[in-house]
Design a protein. Structure first.
Length: 355
């Protein structure tokens, strides 16, 4: 066949969930990132009839609605803004939150190093504000399955609002349940039915039996922990259990670079330690892991065992008032989008009637 012979384009299947809201002109109810001439960025939610106010004038939201992404707009006093939809990394750092989020650099590592693939069956705990859940849902796709477990209802509400905001509505592959992971996952998931387990919690070693029960042979278990003590205790517990491979651990650090003419140098600031990642895999039933030679035997004192408490690791308590406010903020964006969709639908019906 000649190289110039045209080929039939592949048959297009249904559009992945959330793809439509990432394309086309700006619509009412979606978030837009504005960048001024000094590089300062602010994210707003487009609402008809309102304006974005700064000490340098105001910009009407109606000036943006209907414009193509990448437009340049001007405020009432001549301030110029570049308008783009926030990338996932931008959205995560600006979305309503009740708990610290998993940074984009760690979420990317989790998706890749845990081999989260389209169609995979994944369980995760704790959800926090939903940052990692969004990355996992993008990875498993509409044909996959993500079951998230969260102990606090307020966090679940915030996560639900953020997920629906970025996907334009509920995601068909997502299920969220309230309760302790080690109790609920074995009650709701069949033994050996899960491909990947992702844990972001203070004491993952308490979940070894639950993970071993639901994770399929060869499945990947990845943990995100903040301190060396947590990392060490989790690794030793996994080794002692014998149903998993030798764990691997690492951390990632991201340093930007200043680019201006010949003044090319590292930025003065960087995203350094945020947490440790540790990965291991489930062995087949009845198989014992390799007995690797170890030079040091870990023994934990009472002080070590208590070092992972929320207070010891520096976790700040979040007030109920702040959680309720974050949940309202997350839900309000979703409600604005729904209202605008309903309004557009009614306008379309009226137009048909007039015709």
């Amino acid at each position: 066949m000649s190289q110039n012979t045209p080929t039939t384009p592949p048959v297009q299947g249904p559009e992945p969930h959330g793809a439509a809201v990432r394309r086309g002109p700006f619509r009412a109810g979606e978030r837009v990132q504005l960048t001024d001439e000094r590089g300062r960025m602010n994210t707003i939610t487009l609402t008809p009839g309102t304006a974005y106010h700064t000490h340098k004038g105001f910009l009407n939201h109606d000036e943006l609605i209907g414009k193509p992404e990448g437009s340049m707009v001007e405020s009432n006093v001549g301030q110029i803004y570049q308008a783009l939809r926030p990338l996932l990394s931008d959205f995560v750092l600006s979305m309503p939150r009740g708990a610290a989020v998993v940074y984009p650099k760690d979420a990317g590592q989790i998706v890749t190093m845990a081999d989260i693939y389209p169609g995979a069956r994944v369980v995760e705990a704790g959800v926090g504000s939903g940052a990692l859940s969004i990355s996992l849902l993008r990875a498993v796709g509409d044909g996959g399955y993500l079951h998230s477990f969260e102990r606090r209802e307020e966090f679940a509400d915030i996560a639900r609002g953020n997920v629906e905001t970025i996907f334009g509505g509920p995601h068909p592959a997502w299920k969220i349940s309230l309760g302790d992971f080690q109790d609920e996952v074995v009650a709701q998931e069949a033994p050996g039915s899960v491909d990947r387990v992702v844990l972001d919690m203070l004491a993952p070693w308490e979940c070894i039996d639950a993970v071993a029960t639901v994770l399929a042979p060869g499945g990947v278990w990845i943990n995100y922990v903040a301190t060396v003590t947590q990392l060490s205790r989790t690794a030793e517990a996994i080794r002692a259990d014998g149903r998993f491979t030798e764990p691997d651990a690492w951390e990632s650090m991201v340093r930007g670079w200043h680019l201006e003419g010949l003044a090319v140098r590292p930025d003065h600031r960087m995203v350094a330690h945020t947490g440790f990642l540790m990965v291991t895999r489930r062995l087949a039933d009845g198989v014992t892991g390799l007995n690797l030679k170890k030079k040091v035997k870990a023994e934990f004192s009472e002080e070590d065992l208590n070092a992972w408490t929320p207070e010891a690791v520096g976790e700040r308590a979040v007030s109920d008032r702040k959680l309720r406010r974050a949940a309202r903020d997350a839900a309000s964006t979703v409600q604005t989008k729904r209202t605008q969709r309903n309004t557009r639908g009614e306008e379309s019906v009226e137009a048909v009637k007039e015709d």
